[in-house]
Design a protein around this ligand. Structure first.
Ligand code: GRF
Length: 209
């Protein structure tokens, strides 16, 4: 059985988290279970949702540590206790500490609500991403699931899916169109991972078999 840990941030709603938990339970992600959800604040909506779904939760609040390195050590310790095969970031809106990235090479995924490498990087999260996509004049946007390296949104791309940008879109209407596409794409990427079908070759991720 593949053990999946999910990392969320303070304000995260937890819709991707919930989609992953449900897909593990109904077999769309085969032979897998979400064994821990780690957040930054006990009262975060995503953590409350995880409680309601009977998934074990833990809190590691970066603000409670004197420096980022100590936060990274604490986060790594909590994750290691869960013994994950895969870690999924789902609305984790900060740079993942380097020691965590190094402990799980090509075993950490993130979802971004745009077609990377467009509209990513430091500070590009939430509605800002969708505003930037609208402002660019592009007619399509989408989402990207990628492996996590030590940069912001820079790791090898696993899957991308598109959604149209319509003339009257606001960041809110566009976000609402992209979100269900995110859920499907994340589930598909995790399924391929647990089935051993992803091969990383430099910047490229191939689906085999
Ligand atoms: C999603 O848009 C995801 O792409 C981004 O953060 C958001 C989290 O939303 N990384 P939710 O908490 O999963 O609903």
């Amino acid at each position: 059985m593949s053990r999946i840990a999910i990392l969320v941030s303070g304000p995260s709603r937890g819709s991707n988290m919930q989609a992953i938990i449900e897909a593990c339970r109904d077999g769309r992600i085969p032979d897998s279970a979400v064994v821990a959800v780690v957040g930054a604040r006990d009262d975060a909506p995503a953590l409350q949702k995880a409680h309601a779904l009977s998934v074990p939760t833990a809190v590691v609040n970066p603000r409670e540590f004197p420096d980022p390195d100590m936060y990274g050590d604490a986060l790594l310790w909590v994750l290691q206790k869960a013994q994950p095969d895969l870690i999924c970031l789902a609305g984790y809106m900060r740079l993942l500490p380097a020691q965590v990235v190094q402990a799980y090479p090509m075993r950490i995924m993130n979802i971004h609500p745009a077609l990377l490498p467009l509209f990513g990087g430091k500070g590009m999260y939430g509605l800002k991403v969708h505003q930037a996509a609208i402002d660019s004049g592009m007619k399509i946007t989408g989402c990207t699931v990628h492996f996590v390296d030590e940069g912001y949104d820079t790791g090898p791309i696993i899957l991308q899916r598109c959604a149209p940008i319509l003339d009257d879109d606001t960041p809110e209407t566009l976000a609402a169109r992209v979100l269900p596409v995110e859920h499907e794409t994340y589930i598909e990427a995790i399924r391929l991972f647990v089935q051993g079908k992803l091969r990383v070759e430099g910047r490229r991720v191939r689906v085999v078999g």
